[in-house]
Design a protein around this ligand. Sequence first.
Ligand SMILES: [Zn+2]
Length: 139
Amino acid sequence: MDKKTLTKGDICPVCLSRIDSITIREKGKYKRQYVYAIHFYKGGDGKRHRYECYLGPANEYVVAEKTNNIGLKGRLEKDRFVEYLESILTYYKISKEIDTGKALELFDKFMELLTKVAVSEDDKKKVKEVLQGWIDKLK
Ligand SMILES: [Zn+2]
């Protein structure tokens, strides 16, 4: 199983260079924690230099979550977009604030994604089985 957060040696999502280390800093009166990727490089002067890339809050987006409540996370979390999708789908399932047309539009986008990721015959077979299951439910 893949590790869920970025660590030393991973590719930085901000600058696309390898991460040399990760650091967490506390800031502000609420002492919130923020995560940074640290990069070292040898400059033209032959000396070692460093720069940082901001990856987001260590825990959650406190202010943004007040109006969205979908578990927004910083770039440190690798699977955050999959978790957002799950959270959004759960929201729509509970709230029922979506109509058939919009739901079908989303379904179409998921199918487009599935046809891109399901490249092996085994994956294509899995997709067909799931689709057949849904077709059977509509009968
Ligand atoms: Zn970076």
